[in-house]
Design a protein. Structure first.
Lengths: 211, 332
């Protein structure tokens, strides 16, 4: 059975195209929940809300790590990893006003920033697990010197603080009415063919019809 | 490096009323230090580890001193000295557990000036923390006691979370066993909390031993009638007989009728950051005869869940034996 060619210009396109598969949406919301829990357990105690935050924090951190690992493997092996990297065409889009592929240059830049911050927070957070008792090991802070720990904590703290800004930016754009099609697609997976043709270059993002 | 020569400068305030002390607290916020008897405070200052901008010497506030009977029990001003509590006739006849406990604190000289508020709220005695290292309790990011090489003979068996320091108080377990309530006053009002809320472990707040907020003062401790005249037992084991902190202590209050334990409250100090109430033991004891077998069962149950560190495994049999003795030997 042949797939309908929805990239062909249609004067009144009424169909839907698939933007995010279910598995990618699950990953996105799992990551969102993890980041929010991590931020809450990190910052609320500092703001004066006293509760048992540590176990929830590190367990959520491990969940986020596994989710990110899954995402990286999936992006490398099963998805077009270059679709999320900034390239020369993106720069030409910014200056020339052309339609983007699946992601805009701003989205790619945002993804790059969040990726670096989350990887920094995860990497240092995993090292910090050495300082607490887990089901797998007893703590031992002498893996690193005090100075090295200082650097690790500084990177972790900077990553966490910067993520607050990134999350605020993300939520702001997700709630903007002109970006609602993207937010909806993260809930339901699809965008309309009209939205697809209005906002994206079908030559650079060959979307499939939503089943 | 700890410098033990002289205290750094601070503004000293000596208010005579609680409201004045609260006003000073409000104006200095976290830079203020509340001092009662001063035995803990002055050491911190001399060692230059704590450097408050303002010290509020509460000892001149008459309202916070003395013991008075109320309709519900007894109210002890937070500045009441340990000696006064030890010798008070109401405490001795109705709440002997507390008199027995405070009589074991430090030395007679210290008990003459040390207060029940200070004793109940006192800070951890972990040697790494006291030495001024940047440990978790000091606001840092490492526990130096719970490491492969850490010296942790005096440290926690239970509920440690990064910090393994314990409550060093002798009065606190007795107050827990007597179901005491803590009256905390700030310029915005007063709140009365039970021991479960007053004492906080490192899981909740790693830099404080109690839930007293910077703007609050512990003005009094109320002991209800509930346990007045019960069977009591207090015992403290330390390296020295005087002027030493407990390795483990136990405070027990038991309601006994015809040789049967109807109800009990038992707490141990020196085994966790907060006085550890032994609720599982209390459940086991309900309705049981007060004898050696039941006492041994209580002792063995008390240490369930203990996680010894490298050098404090001895505390497990010590705690078990103390609880056994408390249940077996409590007297009215």
């Amino acid at each position: 059975m042949s797939t309908p060619d929805i990239t062909r210009p249609d004067p009144a396109p009424t169909g839907r195209v698939l933007r995010h598969k279910l598995i990618d949406r699950i990953y996105h919301w799992l990551m969102a929940l993890s980041v929010l829990i991590l931020m809450a357990t990190a910052f609320l105690p500092i703001l004066g809300w006293k509760f048992e935050w540590l176990d929830l924090h590190w367990i959520t951190g491990v969940v986020l790590t596994l989710a990110v690992l899954f995402h990286i493997i999936r992006a490398v092996c099963w998805q077009d990893i270059w679709a999320m990297f900034l390239g020369g065409q993106d720069l030409r889009d910014i200056t020339g006003g052309g339609k983007p592929g699946k992601y805009t240059p701003a989205q790619k830049l945002y993804h790059l920033g969040v990726s670096l911050l989350i990887l920094a927070a995860i990497g240092t957070g995993l090292l910090m697990l050495l300082k607490i008792d887990t089901p797998w090991w007893r703590r031992d802070p002498y893996w690193f010197s005090d100075t090295q720990w200082g650097v690790i904590y500084a990177i972790h703290g900077f990553g966490a603080m910067a993520l607050i800004t990134m999350v605020m930016i993300h939520i702001y754009f997700a709630l903007r009415p002109d970006e609602w099609r993207l937010t909806r697609s993260m809930f339901r997976g699809w965008m309309t063919s009209k939205e697809y043709l209005d906002h994206h270059d079908p030559k650079r993002w060959k979307a499939k019809e939503d089943a | 490096m700890v410098v033990k020569d002289m205290m750094p400068n601070f503004e000293l305030f000596q208010p005579t009323q609680v409201k004045d002390a609260l006003a000073i607290l409000d104006s200095y916020g976290k830079d203020a230090w509340k001092m009662a008897g001063g035995y803990d405070s002055l050491v911190w200052f001399k060692e230059r580890i704590k450097r408050p901008k303002a010290v509020i010497d509460l000892s001149g506030i008459a309202e916070m001193q003395g013991i008075k009977e109320t309709a519900d029990g007894v109210e002890i001003g937070a500045l009441t000295t340990l000696t006064d509590i030890e010798n008070n006739s109401i405490i001795k006849t109705k709440y002997r557990l507390l008199a027995d406990a405070v009589a074991k604190v430090a030395s007679p000289q210290i008990r003459h000036a040390g207060t029940i508020g200070g004793n109940a709220s006192q800070d951890a005695r972990c040697l790494y923390y006291r030495y001024g290292l940047p440990c978790y309790r000091a606001g840092g990011t490492t526990c130096y006691a719970d490491t492969p090489e850490g010296i942790n003979r005096e440290h926690a068996l239970f509920e440690s979370d990064r910090c393994v320091a314990v409550t060093p108080s002798d009065g606190a377990p007795a107050l827990v066993a007597l179901d005491a309530k803590y009256v905390l006053r700030s310029s915005s009002g007063e709140r009365v909390v039970g021991s479960e809320e007053f004492y906080v472990g490192p899981k909740i707040d790693i830099t404080h031993m109690t839930s007293t907020k910077p703007e609050e003062i512990l003005v009094a401790i109320r002991i209800p009638n509930t346990w007045a005249g019960s069977h009591f037992y207090f015992e403290k084991v330390a390296d020295r007989n005087v002027w030493d902190f407990a390795l483990v202590n136990v405070a027990a209050a038991l309601k006994v009728q015809n040789g049967v334990i109807r109800e009990s409250r038992i707490a141990c100090g020196g085994v966790s950051a907060v006085p550890r109430r032994l609720t599982a033991v209390e459940e086991i004891l309900k309705g049981q005869p007060m004898n050696e077998t039941v006492a041994k069962l209580a002792g063995n149950s008390a240490t369930r869940g203990a996680r010894p560190l490298n050098y404090n495994g001895f505390k497990i049999p010590l705690m078990a034996n103390l609880v056994t003795r408390a249940v077996r030997d409590a007297k009215a």
